[in-house]
Design a protein around this ligand. Structure first.
Ligand SMILES: CCCCCCC[C@H](O)CC(=O)SCCNC(=O)CCNC(=O)[C@H](O)C(C)(C)COP(=O)([O-])OP(=O)([O-])OC[C@H]1O[C@@H](n2cnc3c(N)ncnc32)[C@H](O)[C@@H]1OP(=O)([O-])[O-]
Length: 719
């Protein structure tokens, strides 16, 4: 799958042809090797230009091949022989040159890129390092500092930046193949050794050690527990200290270790799971590829609180025209100021014109009469939302979609007050909505496939990772989160401290422990929800609150904190202590330790020593156990969707794949055994009881995660 074409007299063109991204599969590598050998045999050919079909150079090695046995010509050897060739080799980069694609280009003697091309070595995001010479050739071109930054982050850069860093020799606004041919004709006959990066000496400088130390500290802080970024630093360091062949040996050793690691498996799983989440399906058989989404140009946003502001900003940034509505002039003014400032700051940062002309502010529902879709983002209150929905129906055109931004309210109940139940869907954005990537698109029992298609397409257009989920309290993400939060609170009752639980979770890879997250979000938010749901009421003794509610164990600790005015960061006190209200640095609070001790004494709880292992098992396995129930209920289309939700909405460490993938890696029988064990000890926590699906999968031999859908009747995944 590489096409060989003779161009003008001295030049041959080799076109990589493996749609959609021209990944360097075994067939492509064989095609390249054959084509190069054909060019070398042809005395008339003096230069070879490499390019990709459909103006896409290459997305790198074929990731799908990594899970099987690798065959075909090895990439490292292939690139080496291209570089060593006596004939001139030039890469013509259009679209992307990523990973192995860029490594192939670095093996060429010259590189030309179209201005719109993007280049990068994103292997670290898949749990690898650039293992086809990238860690050794790139530093020899850019120096250590730039190479470390690019390789450890996987950041993609523009052609212009690549030119500044010396990665490409020329940038063209026109056709890169044409420009590469012209460049080739102008340099044919010049010596090639200076262009062979592998012949360059190590890029040593006196500050190599300190530069690498700084990079190491940065990657350890940014990606807790991830192996690949650390290995990337070690490999690049070798390029500074060792001759090319020795550096390549180091690169290969490190790559071998990473290649076999469970982290690489998790990251590659996450790569495909993310892409497959967009291929939604509904239980009724409607799917992404059999349902057309109609075009949306004008969107109404109701409510300019924190969520509405972020939603309006995301829509405008994507070029949609927005009518933003508030109920009174004062709130409208403050929302207008905030949205305008966010958009102006963003435009300034990106060096683009301000898109404020796309935004209209309104106080009357009548100004929404011409919109194609409305996103209601008012307070999380069912009655208020119902009022808004029925008012909307009086002004909207017949076919206008109504979406509700809710983190868990019943979408069907809301739809019932409208004259268009089939055009109602939930859109659960995550705060801050202009930053967070995840969007749960919630279909109700009456939502039409087209309405789901429109919401999914709109989410994609505003650059969200969209997952279609069914309607149940909390949908997927928050339904699972509740059990995770419950477990961490029970751990406090039983003897742990907030710091201890958070430390275990952070060592596992979470960017922030659950108690720090709670302080950040505000403890009063959950308090209000619990009051509204009847869990806290006038019949509860505020001094000695009951630990038993609605027929099961209940932990009143967060309510007791709220009674003391400890709402988290915003009040300077929550599970942690902060220097001042609004400050971010969480410090252990001795008052909390005393408070927990008093609480245990009051309720006669003998504190236990809680290990980090128990924290992880009870939190992570509880998440997965509820994930199995969600699959049984048909609320998520497959385990991959649940994992994508946890990766993009809840800070689950990407190198652990997601709670469902983690359970599959630990072993389903181990998870079952542990859940049985914890449920035996805590029979008053029904959620610890292993789910039926978990039991069934274990009984059926614990199939790999990719096969779970074959074992579940309701599952409608496309993977
Ligand atoms: C010991 C062994 C030694 C090995 C040597 C190591 C060599 C090397 O260092 C390792 C690598 O290169 S690692 C690789 C380093 N490279 C990377 O990490 C780049 C990863 N790719 C990307 O970042 C993005 O896909 C692009 C920016 C390329 C396109 O973005 P976009 O336009 O939004 O499109 P999209 O929706 O994202 O994808 C469209 C379809 O293409 C599919 N697919 C994509 N890449 C693939 C691949 N490499 N492969 C296979 N498939 C790949 C994707 O799944 C999807 O399939 P679907 O069936 O239609 O769902």
């Amino acid at each position: 799958m590489a096409r060989y074409t003779r161009l003008t007299e001295p030049i041959a063109l080799i076109t990589l042809n493996n749609p959609p991204v021209n990944a360097l599969s075994s067939a492509v590598r064989s095609g390249i090797v054959d084509s190069v050998s054909q060019a070398l045999k042809d005395d008339q050919v003096k230069a070879v230009v490499f390019c990709g079909e459909n103006r896409m150079f290459s997305g790198g090695a074929d990731i799908k091949e990594f899970s099987g046995s690798m065959s075909g010509p090895p990439l490292v050897r292939m690139i080496h022989s291209i570089e060593a060739s006596e004939k001139l080799m030039v890469a013509a980069i259009e679209g992307v040159a990523l990973g192995g694609g860029l490594e192939l280009a670095l093996g060429c003697h010259y590189r030309v890129a179209n201005t719109k091309a993007r280049l990068g070595l994103p292997e670290v995001t898949l749990g690898f390092l650039p293992g086809a010479g990238g860690t050794q050739r790139l530093p020899r071109l850019t120096g250590i500092t730039a190479a470390l930054e690019l390789i450890t982050t996987g950041r993609q850069i523009s052609a212009q930046e690549a030119l500044q860093l010396g990665i490409v020799d020329q940038v063209t606004e026109g056709n890169a193949v044409q420009a590469a041919m012209e460049l080739a004709l102008s340099v044919i006959g010049q010596p090639l050794n200076p262009r062979r990066l592998s012949l360059r000496p190590p890029v040593w400088s006196a500050d190599v050690d300190s530069v690498c130390e700084v990079a190491l500290a940065r990657v350890k802080q940014h990606s807790r527990g991830a192996m690949a970024p650390v290995a990337c630093v070690q490999a690049v360091r070798a390029a500074a200290m060792l001759p090319y062949s020795k550096g390549m040996e180091k690169e290969r050793q490190l790559m071998d270790t990473l290649f076999r690691s469970s982290q690489a498996r998790a990251l590659q799983y996450a790569f495909f799971a993310q892409r497959n989440a967009g291929k939604w399906s509904l239980p009724n058989g409607a799917r992404w590829n059999n349902t057309k989404a109609r075009d949306v140009q004008r969107v109404g946003v109701i409510g300019l609180g924190t969520m509405g502001r972020g939603i309006a900003v995301s829509l405008v940034k994507a070029g949609l025209s927005v009518v933003a509505l508030e109920s009174d002039a004062k709130q409208l003014e403050s929302g207008k100021k905030a949205v305008t400032a966010m958009l102006q700051r963003d435009a300034q940062r990106r060096g683009v014109g301000s898109p404020l002309h796309l935004l209209t502010f309104a106080l009357s529902f009548h100004q929404l009469k011409d919109v194609d879709l409305v996103i209601e983002a008012v307070f999380e209150d069912m009655n208020l939302k119902k009022r808004v929905f029925s008012d909307l129906c009086k002004v909207l055109r017949a076919g206008t979609l109504i979406c509700t931004n809710t983190s868990g309210l019943n979408v069907d109940e809301l739809a019932k007050v409208t004259d268009r139940q089939h055009l109602v869907v939930g859109m659960h954005f995550f705060a801050p909505a202009h930053v967070m990537k995840l969007l749960e698109v919630v279909y109700g029992s009456r939502s039409s496939p087209e309405a789901v298609a429109v919401a999914m397409a709109l989410g994609k257009r505003i650059q969200k990772v969209c997952v279609a989920v069914g309607n149940c309290p909390g949908f997927v993400g928050n339904r699972m989160l509740k059990l995770y939060m419950d477990q961490s609170l029970y751990l406090l009752e039983e003897g742990a401290t907030p710091e201890q639980v958070d430390q275990a979770l952070e060592e596992f890879g979470f960017a922030m422990g659950i108690f720090k997250v709670a302080d950040l979000s505000g403890l009063d938010v959950g308090w209000r929800v619990r009051k509204a749901s009847g869990l806290i009421g006038p019949d509860i003794d505020p001094v000695n609150p009951s630990r038993w509610r609605l027929g099961q164990r209940y932990c009143p600790l967060p309510d007791m904190l709220c009674q003391q005015g400890r709402f988290g960061q915003k009040t300077g006190r929550g599970w942690y202590l902060y220097n001042s209200p609004g400050s971010k640095e969480a410090k252990p609070d001795p008052e909390i330790l005393n408070f927990l001790e008093d609480y245990r004494l009051k309720y006669g709880i003998t504190p236990q020593r809680i290990s980090s292992q128990e924290v992880i098992e009870r939190c992570a396995f509880s998440l997965a156990n509820e994930g199995f129930r969600i699959l049984e209920d048909g609320i998520a289309a497959g385990p991959e969707d649940i994992d994508v939700i946890y990766l993009f909405g809840y800070g689950w460490p990407r190198h652990r794949g997601g709670p469902m993938f983690y359970a599959s890696q630990v072993g389903l029988s181990v998870v079952l055994e542990k859940m049985e064990h914890y449920h035996r000890i805590h029979p008053d926590v029904p959620s610890l009881e292993p789910s039926r699906l978990l039991r069934r999968l274990v009984a059926e031999g614990s199939p790999p995660i990719q096969q779970w859908r074959n074992h579940i009747k309701n599952l409608h995944s496309q993977l």
